[in-house]
Design a protein around this ligand. Structure first.
Ligand code: RIB
Ligand code: CA
Length: 313
């Protein structure tokens, strides 16, 4: 099988954890590294959580690296579960996966430099604030040649924001980094809230996950149930949205998604709209599209894929 080489950068986090499990369970994907960044929880925790997830997946050979400790500019934001370590307190056992000492930015730079030199660019998947990738690009813009595409859970368009009325968490937590990444000249696929809000882990779907059996499904169901606890009140919908797994599902089954090209820029000035992703879907700026913005999801197909892969771990 011709496996797709990917580097995953994120801030685990429950939905990052489920996304990592999906990637590590998928034989079509070769996860060359997991790099972590401050976001949902501080950098020490996202690093530790990443190591816990690779151990849970039985994939301790996949190296996990620590990354940037906060945004390029602006205030530090945390996710909704920062008080519980990002993964439901002690739900996931401690990990004996190796403690890597290299920094995420160095690893991203080295990996992409090597990929560019080999003429075999790889896919970079991002699931948290874009700080690590932006710093690597600022230090060496040439690493862009090592990326065939960037697939990012980031932004919100018609759906509105989840941290302000207009901004999504991963972008708001480091809007300048998001702008650097969008300007890098690499094809970008964005999975914004518009599509991830369709990936609702409803109680009936979580029950269906438990019924699949397998080594990690009960724990994954616990994590998702913990994660779900505020969302029904927040969004008026049953179940929490599994944002980050949409990134990996898109790699595996792009046919489950619909999207449109647009030029996307980040609002860096506005007081009400700071961190908003502004998409030009109608070409009114005359700027060429720099992203494909995902908008539709075949939710039953998505959950069938996700639950099936988790059950196979
Ligand atoms: O807005 C949703 C995103 O913010 C997800 O990636 C979640 O894990 C948090 O990072
Ligand atoms: Ca995340």
């Amino acid at each position: 099988m011709n496996r797709q080489r990917i580097l995953i950068d994120g801030d685990p986090g429950v939905d990052d954890a489920i996304a990592l499990l999906l990637a590590l369970a998928s034989p079509e994907l070769d996860v060359v590294a997991v790099t972590t960044v401050a976001g949902n929880v501080p950098w020490e925790r996202t690093f530790d959580n990443g190591r816990r997830v690779v151990a849970l997946a039985g994939r301790k050979e996949v190296p996990v690296f620590r990354g940037c400790t906060g945004p390029l500019l602006g205030p530090v934001l945390r996710g909704k579960y920062s008080g519980a370590g990002g993964l439901g307190g002690s739900l996931l056992p401690e990990s004996d996966a190796p403690v890597q000492t290299a920094h995420a930015v160095d690893v991203i730079t080295a990996t992409l430099t090597e990929a560019a030199a080999a003429g075999a660019p790889i896919t970079v998947c991002t699931m948290g604030p874009l700080t690590n990738l932006a710093v690597a690009l600022a230090r060496d813009p040439g690493i862009a040649r090592g990326m065939s595409r960037i697939v990012a859970m980031a932004g919100a368009f018609l759906a509105g924001g989840n941290r302000t009325p207009s901004a999504e968490f991963n972008v708001l937590a480091d809007p300048h980094a998001a702008e650097i990444v969008l300007r890098a000249g690499v094809p970008v696929v964005l999975a914004p809230l518009d599509v991830t809000f369709q990936a609702l882990a409803t109680p009936a779907r979580v029950t269906a996950l438990r019924a699949r059996g397998g080594r990690v499904t009960a724990l994954a169901a616990e994590l998702i149930t913990f994660y779900d606890r505020n969302d029904p009140a927040r969004y008026g919908e049953p179940g929490g949205p599994l944002h980050d797994p949409c990134v990996i599902a898109y790699l595996l089954r792009p046919d489950l998604f619909g999207g449109r090209p647009a030029h996307v820029a980040i609002e860096l000035q506005g007081s009400l709209s700071y961190g908003q992703t502004v998409g030009d879907f109608h070409g009114v700026t005359g700027k060429a599209p720099n992203a494909t913005v995902l908008q539709q999801l075949d939710a039953p197909g998505f959950f069938d894929l996700l639950w099936g892969r988790l059950a196979a771990l």
